[in-house]
Design a binder for this molecule. Structure first.
Ligand code: PEP
Length: 253
């Protein structure tokens, strides 16, 4: 069944005491009746995962995610982090295909396909990101571009594997820029993504998949974005670093 979900992508921010303080504030502000709908996920940097995980309430109202993983299960890959390592410290989710990784670390669809498989084999749920640049949008190529990202990056998965995936639509021009997609722009692309899923898999898979919006979402615009029929929540960057803003976004359905 389709789940609403809000995930905080802390990116390469904070040092350890600040990360522990942030998760404590988030948990305090969510309160004892923390929602299970939406599912709440925090994605701290690798070195903070275990410590942040230890702070999470035992009932599983806040879930742990990572921001990346390596495609191999283990081995001589100095400086890398494998999916089973993430699972072993309590991660349930992993962000893959974020535009910052596609652009700055040259992650292409072949590599992302391998990372998806590695994450799934370790029992992690991938949050797979797609999204067009401003240039692509202005050239009116958004749908072709996203269709290709889905086809090449994601749709090689089996039905069972795909059922574990969350998709995040993150227009590159909206990430960290303060320029949010309008709710109509987000809805249009989310509906397109759902249609592509129905074509590649089944109508039921399309109904069930959660599609998040990401790109300068904040406490002010989240309600309108999340009110769209095909927007199931958000992948939140900047605004996830302030507990009050993140919790307000979680409560925006
Ligand atoms: C992100 O990087 O996933 C993101 C959505 O960032 P921001 O909310 O800061 O635009």
């Amino acid at each position: 069944m389709r789940q609403k979900l809000v995930a905080g992508n802390w990116k390469m921010n904070l040092i350890y005491p600040g990360a522990l303080a942030l998760i404590s504030e988030i948990i305090d502000q969510l309160g004892p009746a923390a929602p299970t709908d939406p599912v709440v996920v925090v994605c701290p940097p690798f070195p903070f995962l275990a410590g942040v995980g230890e702070k999470l309430p035992k009932g599983g109202t806040v879930h742990l995610g990572a921001q990346n993983c390596h495609q191999k299960e283990s081995g001589a890959f100095t400086g890398e982090v494998a999916a089973p390592m993430l699972a072993s410290v309590g991660c349930e989710y992993v962000i893959l295909g974020h535009s910052e990784r596609r652009q700055q670390f040259r992650e292409d669809d072949v590599l992302l396909g391998q990372k998806l498989k590695a994450a799934l084999a370790a029992g992690l749920k991938p949050i797979f990101c797609v999204g067009e640049s401003l240039e692509t949008r202005e050239a009116d190529d958004t749908f072709d571009f996203i269709g290709k990202q889905l086809k090449d990056g994601l749709f090689h998965l089996s039905n069972e594997e795909f059922a574990q995936v969350v998709i995040a639509y993150e227009p590159v021009w909206a990430i960290g820029t303060g320029k949010t997609a309008t709710s109509a722009q987000a809805q249009e692309v989310h509906a397109f993504i759902r249609e592509q899923v129905a074509r590649a898999y089944t109508a039921a898979a399309a109904t069930d998949v959660s599609i998040l919006y990401g790109g300068s979402a904040n406490a002010q615009n989240a309600r309108e974005l999340f009110g769209q029929p095909d927007v199931d929540g958000g992948l939140i960057g900047g605004a996830s670093l302030k507990a009050a803003d993140f919790v307000a976004i979680v409560r925006s359905f």
